[in-house]
Design a protein around this ligand. Structure first.
Ligand code: UDP
Ligand code: MG
Length: 316
């Protein structure tokens, strides 16, 4: 059922301190998109680089690329808004009938783009890149990622395992995404809330050859908490049930103490008094923290701060 015309194509590339990577990546990207165009798979294309408040020479490198290539656009953000902010900025500016988001380091191979466009032409508005082989990632990243996807599924969050941010979206879906109001964006799950009729393109994740990962442990942790808390109330439910069980336990304890008093049994040393205080205050603190996570989310949503802010845009 190929009845769609070759689309005008936007490639969105977020870049945060990627000066080493960009010249090499740009060559590879423009070669592939050039082939797509001459094969009439796409009618034309733009490459939208989003500079996510880089501190190194990323912007200078991008300006050089811009000067040499008419297909390039640069979106310069006012500060570092994080990957999800940069992707959102790119999607809000994209002119294409379809847009693909891809990491600047090209660990997700752009050679898969033609296959993604094919799936679009076959009628899919959403095409997800799925990593079937992550042997190039560190064991720590691989294992934590795997456990995390499992946890999300367990909690009832709809995610596609091993799908990151390499995906194709068609114009109607892009428009819907741009109209969303929420601030906490965990795109890989959010996008499935908009459309769960999708195609999958599989690939082997490559190693990063230049520069280093921009996701340190704390960034990864906060990203992971976002994924859970923005999409499911399951932890709150779990905590309520736990709270209820603890109350029942306390009631049983009171009953036991009364029983002991009546029958004149000597209550053993202070351990039995102090230990529960420690345990319960620990659990209570945990619960308070968890409730705080949700309140924090409500707070950021209530403020309605901009998801990104563009300083300047360069286009031909
Ligand atoms: N990135 C970004 N803003 C950030 C962190 C990362 O735009 O605050 C971009 C980065 O430049 C890259 C992509 O997000 O294009 C993925 O980052 P990276 O390759 O460091 O992540 P990893 O592959 O290690 O998960
Ligand atoms: Mg990477």
């Amino acid at each position: 059922m190929i009845d769609k015309k070759p689309p005008f194509f936007s490639l969105i590339v977020p870049a945060y301190n990627e000066q080493e990577v960009l010249p090499v990546s740009h060559k590879r990207l423009s070669r592939i998109l050039g082939i797509c165009q001459s094969d009439k798979l796409i009618s034309g294309y733009e490459i939208v680089y989003v500079d996510d408040g880089s501190k190194d020479g990323t912007l200078t490198v991008l300006r050089k690329i811009f000067a040499e290539d008419d297909h390039v656009r640069i979106i310069e953000l006012r500060r570092n808004f994080g990957l999800q902010g940069a992707l959102s900025a790119g999607l809000s500016c994209a002119k294409g009938d379809v847009a693909v988001t891809i990491d600047a380091d090209l660990q997700d191979p752009p050679e898969k783009i033609p296959e993604m466009v094919q799936r679009y032409l076959e009628g899919f508005d959403l095409v997800l890149g799925v990593r079937i082989d992550r042997s190039t990632d560190t064991p720590f990243k691989r294992i934590t990622a795997q456990m995390y996807y499992k946890l999300l599924k367990c909690l009832g969050v709809n995610v596609v395992e091993q799908h990151g941010d390499f995906r194709l979206m068609a114009r109607p879906l892009i428009d819907e995404y741009n109209n969303l109001h929420e601030r906490n964006r965990f795109m890989r799950a959010l996008i499935l809330e908009l459309d769960d009729h999708y195609a999958v393109v599989t690939y082997k994740r490559e190693a990063r050859t230049l520069g280093e990962s921009k996701f340190n442990f704390s960034k990864m942790l906060s990203f992971s908490i976002d994924g859970v808390v923005s999409f499911t109330y399951a932890p709150l439910r779990f905590v309520s049930i736990l709270g209820l069980l603890m109350c029942l336990l306390a009631l049983a304890g009171i009953g036991w103490i009364i029983y002991c008093k009546i029958w004149g049994i000597v209550i053993p040393g202070w351990t039995s008094t102090v230990l529960p205080i420690f345990i319960f205050s620990g659990i209570q603190t945990l619960i308070l923290g968890l409730v705080g996570e949700y309140i924090g989310r409500l707070y950021t949503e209530a403020k309605q701060r901009p998801l990104f802010s563009i300083r300047h845009e360069e286009r031909h």
